[in-house]
Write a protein that binds this ligand. Sequence first.
Ligand code: ADP
Ligand code: 5GP
Length: 255
Amino acid sequence: MHDVIELVRTDDAIAKMRVVELLESFTGVGKVRAIAILDRLGISKTRRLQGLGTHQRDALIKEFAIPRVNLDVGSLIVLSGPGGVGKSTVSKEIRKRNDFWVSVSATTRAPRGNEVHGVDYIFMSDEEFDRGIANGFFLEWAHFAGARYGTPRQHVIDALHEGKDVLLEIEIKGAKQVKESWAHSILVFLEPPTWEDLVSRLEGRATDNPERRAERLALAQDEMAQAPFFDHILINDEVEKVVASLIRLVHSQRS
Ligand code: ADP
Ligand code: 5GP
């Protein structure tokens, strides 16, 4: 985006191009999403590139910025693995210790127990989630156990540009989507010490009813087979050890 905007000064054809046409020419941005982005950034649908104001230009560049690995930009680490392995336990520990900036996901599932909107999840209706997909709000999103989950894109980009290391704790399909768009992301697969440990962790969790637990166990079997797609595999025998390994991985990418 930055390169195209630079051409406005020297290339008449680019200067006269409508912004909406430029957006539609990008992979993954159809008509609906292009118009939604323009609405969100307060840019008229008929605006040509040469007519953009400074703020509008900056907002468009930021919208399509692709973080690169350098000293000014943080690392993106994606923690995934089968349900019940301990992903949210690890990410809660990281959040408590402030080791990384931890993304808060959006979901269409109902809040459990004492989960707080905006802290544990951004709880959304199906309609809100649909709108989020259409206007490019999500960096990745996936269906999981009857609900939809997604990572708000802009918060992650802002944190990375502020030089923060960012942790996403997400399921496997979403982790693969992140790798496709950001090759430099570090994909970590968390494994239980044994299958029996996974079963007892899932069964020990009071938040799922027996039917739901059986469903999650069946799914976990498929999920365990996805480990080879990941950059690193960590065994969650002790939460502290996993946290230390994640910090080491980020440091070694930087050096
Ligand atoms: P996930 O987010 O991957 O679905 P959770 O973080 O909810 O998994 O953990 C599932 C259960 O396993 C919880 O009861 C949690 O306390 C427990 N657990 C997590 N990590 C460990 C560990 N290293 N050793 C023993 N139990 C653990
Ligand atoms: P739970 O309902 O137990 O909180 O989460 C269910 C699953 O959704 C977990 O495996 C969790 O990692 C995953 N998840 C949470 N947030 C996101 C997200 O933003 N995107 C994706 N793809 N998965 C997520």
